[in-house]
Design a protein around this ligand. Structure first.
Ligand SMILES: Cc1cc2nc3c(=O)[nH]c(=O)nc-3n(C[C@H](O)[C@H](O)[C@H](O)COP(=O)(O)OP(=O)(O)OC[C@H]3O[C@@H](n4cnc5c(N)ncnc54)[C@H](O)[C@@H]3O)c2cc1C
Length: 312
């Protein structure tokens, strides 16, 4: 390993990743660096590049499955912090900020648009990567531009058109853009803080009790877009279509996946799109369970489920 150690940000070696993912899955990273500023991110990028290491980024680890074989490169943990109102209706936010903190800030500032995202765990960077959303709202709808550091360690910006957000998807997630998202400029609408707070409370109440307790990464598979299905399959399953999608949890439940297990991983009995870590699961077991679930749904409905989560 010949990389130059960065000046200001210590690099942890052989870092334990269990505390860095909401599943609590075991695994180690050869190198781990928490970055709090863009310049630290640039240092981390240069460290990996100069050392010939591969690198990956984590926000809050609420949408990843860590493999117990570990990560042999540099894992960058994004903690870039900034939340500022730029003008009448725009907020600039660091990608390491908790989405919940951003939602609360916008509410206090009387800026509406984010309230339906209340209760989604994770960082702003993770939300942008996967175009996180709930109740018909996705964060990508509010983005004006994103600042990022590309794989060649150059600072760049991408405008909305380049980000090409789709359902739980973005140019970053599809690999059309690479690197680490550092910040975003969001455009919101003026509204009364009381009205926004009421919508947030309504959102949180609607979420309460819907998600099973226990370690998870949220919905494991994407819901299935109805217009991508063969007409015959779509017609047969039409009663399950909601907003032009069939909930993956419904397909798993109807296929008989409820309670299915692989080692310490189990399909939740409450919400079949939640694959839970019962306590001692490994990433391999979670992935094994996901393969079993996909086969079940494929055999029963001829539909190929697609992971929303990412594998590290
Ligand atoms: C109980 C529970 C409920 C959930 N409910 C919802 C929901 O309602 N709606 C929803 O959309 N999601 C939901 N999720 C999933 C998850 O919260 C979101 O996907 C979240 O946006 C992920 O953010 P993160 O920071 O945890 O990302 P991570 O898990 O850390 O990373 C996810 C992916 O994003 C990439 N990434 C992270 N940060 C960056 C960055 N700065 N630059 C480039 N790439 C980056 C990572 O490399 C990884 O591939 C839920 C999860 C849980 C556990």
């Amino acid at each position: 390993m010949s990389g130059r150690p960065p000046k200001h940000s210590p690099i942890e070696r052989n870092a334990d990743l269990a505390a860095y993912n909401t599943y609590g899955l075991p695994g180690r990273a050869a190198f781990l660096m928490r970055v709090h500023t863009v310049s630290e991110l640039l240092e981390a990028c240069a460290f990996a590049r100069d050392g010939g290491l591969r690198s990956a980024v984590l926000g809050a680890g609420s949408n990843v499955v860590i493999d117990e074989s570990g990560y042999d490169g540099l894992l960058i943990v994004n903690r870039i912090y900034l939340v500022e109102r730029r003008d009448e209706n725009r907020i600039e936010v660091g990608a390491g900020v908790d989405l919940a903190e951003l939602v609360g800030f916008a509410q206090r500032e009387g800026l509406s648009g984010l309230e339906r995202l209340a209760g989604i765990p994770g960082s702003v960077g993770g939300a942008l990567f996967g175009n996180a959303g709930a109740f018909g709202v996705q964060i990508g709808e509010l983005v004006e531009r994103v600042g990022y550091v590309d794989p060649n360690c150059r600072e760049r910006t991408a405008a909305l058109a380049e980000l090409a957000f789709g359902y739980r998807s973005s140019a970053f997630k599809r690999g059309e853009l690479g690197g680490v998202i550092a910040s975003a400029l969001l455009r919101l609408r003026a509204a009364s803080p009381a009205q926004i707070a009421a919508a947030m409370e309504e959102t949180l109440a609607a979420r309460a009790g819907k998600h099973p307790a226990g370690a998870s990464c949220g919905s494991y598979f994407k819901n299935v877009e109805a217009d991508q299905l063969e007409p015959e399959v779509r017609a047969r399953l039409s009663a399950w279509i909601i907003f032009n999608r069939i909930p993956a949890g419904r397909l798993i439940e109807e296929a008989g996946g409820k309670g299915m297990r692989a080692g310490g991983a189990m399909v939740s009995a409450q919400h079949c799109n939640f694959l839970l870590n019962e306590g001692n699961a490994t990433g391999s077991e979670v992935k094994q369970l996901a393969r079993q679930v996909k086969k079940l749904v494929r055999d029963r409905f001829g539909i190929e489920l697609e992971e929303e989560v990412r594998y590290l």
